[in-house]
Write a protein that binds this ligand. Structure first.
Ligand code: RB5
Length: 143
């Protein structure tokens, strides 16, 4: 199950991403926002992080205007590894190397065509499982 959230700056792209997830046959839950009115990205970052940390969801997608505020917030939650991606190379590498559990994007940065490819890459790439990557992820959590 994928948790998805955005603020107003990511709202339009989130609609495109949700339509795409539906086409892919993915199960997802939209944790807000539910309209384009100005709102606070930490609220939605928190909702998505809690859905993952509780075990209800295994991955998340967060979108704000730049992807920056919402990824900064998400990365304050221990156990969350949110990767702000603007290309497919990073989306693939962050799954393989960082086992990122949240994809963050900027709705004012990437167009829908690229964003949907980034989503596909993120969802379809497994963690490499390599010892060196597992060790480094362990070091993140213990500092
Ligand atoms: C909202 O205007 C904007 O600041 C927000 O979506 C995000 O880009 C913050 O990092």
């Amino acid at each position: 199950m994928i948790a998805i959230g955005s603020d107003h700056g990511g709202f339009a792209l989130k609609q495109e991403v949700m339509a795409h997830l539906k086409e892919r046959g993915e199960e997802f839950c939209d944790l807000g926002c539910y309209e384009e009115k100005s709102c606070d990205y930490p609220v939605y970052a928190k909702a998505v992080c809690e859905a993952i940390l509780s075990g209800k969801c295994d991955k998340g997608i967060l979108i704000c205007g730049t992807g920056i505020g919402i990824s900064i917030t998400a990365n304050r939650y221990p156990g969350i590894r949110a990767a702000l991606c603007t290309d497919c190379f990073c989306a693939e590498a962050t799954r393989q190397h960082n086992d990122a559990n949240i994809l963050a994007m900027g709705g004012r940065v990437v167009g829908p065509g690229l964003a949907l490819k980034i989503v596909d890459t993120f969802l379809d790439t497994p963690f490499s499982g390599d010892e060196r990557h597992s060790r480094r992820i362990g070091l993140i959590e213990h500092e």
